[in-house]
Design a protein around this ligand. Structure first.
Ligand code: GLN
Length: 214
C-alpha cells in the first residue's frame, strides 16, 4: 500500500484530493508531524505561501518535511507549493522560509493580481505532445533554473497571451521534485497528477500510452 500526502495547512487541498481520488488514491492530509510516517509521495497545494510558511514553522513541520524532501521524497508543488520548494523566492516576506530544495528562483505574483488570472493551453514535456489546460491564479514565474532543473513547460506565444508572460517558465522538475505555477487540480484533467505519481512509482507507468499515441 502506498501513501500519498497532501500538505493540508491551508489552500487548495480539496481540489488535489479530488484529482487523486479520480486516480483511485485516497490521500492522507498532512497537518501534524505524525502524518509524515510512511509517506511515499507528497503534494504541496496552492494557497498563500507566506501563511503556509508561518503554519509550517508554528506546527514544527518545516524541518522534518525539508529533511524528507531533501532525502528524495517525491514531491509536487503547485503555485504556492512551487514557491515552498524553491531555493530562492523574490517578492516575499523576509521571514517566510519554505523548504529551499529545488534549484530555482521564483517571483511571487509575477502574473499580476487575482483579476489578471488567465488560462491557456500548454505544451508540456512528458505529456506525449498533448497540450494541457493551465489555469494561473496569482501565480509565480520561474526566473532562473539551476543546471539540474528540467523545464517542462513555458507559456506559449498566442495572441491572447499578454506579451510580458510569453515564454515564462511554468513547469519544472529536478530529481524527485516537480513544480507547476498553474493548477491542474482545478481542471478535470488528471494527466499531470498521473505524471507525478508514475514518476514517484505510486502508479504503474501507463503514461507510456500517451507517448505511443503521440
Ligand atoms: N500568490 C500566492 C503566494 O504567493 C500563490 C497563489 C496560488 O497558490 N494560487 O503564495
Amino acid at each position: 500500500m502506498t501513501t500519498v500526502g497532501i500538505l493540508a495547512l491551508q489552500g487548495g487541498v480539496a481540489e488535489h484530493q479530488r484529482s487523486l481520488r479520480a486516480l483511485g488514491i485516497e490521500p492522507v492530509l498532512v497537518r501534524r508531524t505524525e502524518h509524515l510516517d510512511g509517506l511515499d509521495a507528497l503534494i504541496l497545494p496552492g494557497g498563500e505561501s507566506t501563511t503556509m510558511c508561518t503554519l509550517l514553522r508554528l506546527g514544527g513541520l518545516r524541518e522534518p518535511l525539508a529533511g524528507l524532501i531533501g532525502e528524495g521524497l517525491p514531491t509536487y508543488g503547485t503555485c504556492a507549493g512551487m514557491i515552498l520548494l524553491a531555493k530562492k523566492v523574490l517578492d516575499t516576506r523576509p521571514d517566510a522560509r519554505g523548504f529551499e530544495a529545488m534549484d530555482i528562483t521564483v517571483r511571487r505574483n509575477a502574473f499580476g493580481r487575482q483579476a489578471d488570472s488567465f488560462e491557456c493551453d500548454l505544451d508540456c514535456e512528458g505529456m506525449g505532445g498533448m497540450s494541457l489546460p493551465a489555469v494561473f491564479i496569482r501565480a509565480p514565474k520561474v526566473e532562473e533554473c539551476g543546471p539540474g532543473v528540467r523545464v517542462l513547460a513555458r507559456v506559449p506565444d498566442g495572441e491572447h497571451i499578454p506579451a510580458q508572460h510569453r515564454g515564462a517558465v511554468v513547469a519544472v522538475e529536478q530529481g524527485s521534485m516537480l513544480a507547476t505555477a498553474f493548477h491542474p487540480e482545478v481542471t478535470v484533467d488528471t494527466r499531470f497528477h498521473r505524471y507525478f505519481l508514475e514518476r514517484a512509482g505510486v502508479l504503474p507507468a501507463e503514461g507510456a500510452a500517451y507517448n505511443r499515441k503521440g
